[in-house]
Design a protein around this ligand. Structure first.
Ligand SMILES: O=c1ccn([C@H]2C[C@H](O)[C@@H](COP(=O)(O)OP(=O)(O)OP(=O)(O)O)O2)c(=O)[nH]1
Ligand SMILES: [Mg+2]
Length: 152
């Protein structure tokens, strides 16, 4: 399903040297985001850097949020994931879209300018209307959690 998304190009290399974020295939869930630092940078093992995407997005609709997720190839093969594990983009955020890049691996990783480094998805959001109650209607699970159903 298509959802209109306002974006601002903050780095003029996007749209000229590098394409706008795209879905790699028609069925791709995420728009690939490119790393747009001033210069390539080497992320040491354990290192974490905030990398600009050269873009701002304004989702505007409170019933929608953005999420930044790792790319599985980079995460699994090279240990390049997100310093915040998942980036949550509020619908009212209008600042630069940033990627916290964390090298959880044991080898240095060079981030090239324009490299597709993470992906952005839009997700529906329900806002909770809190209702204080004295007791819950009993469920099968009750308070069981944290592995109480066992491992196998
Ligand atoms: O990976 C990320 C995560 C967040 N943001 C931006 C958009 C988001 O709407 C804003 C705030 O993020 P969040 O609410 O997760 O961080 P916070 O530490 O709670 O900051 P704030 O107090 O500004 O809400 O920062 C990014 O650009 N990239
Ligand atoms: Mg917040």
């Amino acid at each position: 399903m298509l959802h209109r998304l306002e974006i601002k190009i903050l780095d003029s290399r996007i749209g000229q040297e590098f394409p706008l974020p795209q879905y790699a295939t028609t069925g791709s869930a995420g728009l690939d985001l490119r790393a747009m630092p001033e210069a390539p940078l080497e992320l040491a093992p354990g290192g974490c850097e905030l990398i600009p995407t050269g873009l701002a997005v304004h989702i505007a609709e409170p019933g929608v949020a953005g999420m930044i997720l790792p790319r599985s190839g980079l995460g699994h093969r090279h240990g390049i994931v997100l310093g915040n594990l998942v980036g949550l983009i509020d619908s009212d955020y209008q600042g630069p879209l940033m990627i916290s890049c964390w090298n959880r691996g044991d080898q240095p990783f060079r981030i090239e300018i324009g490299e597709r480094i993470a992906q952005f998805i839009l997700v529906p959001i329900l806002h909770a209307e809190l209702e204080i109650v004295e007791s819950f209607e009993t469920s099968v699970r009750g308070a069981g959690g944290f592995g109480h159903t066992g491992r196998h």
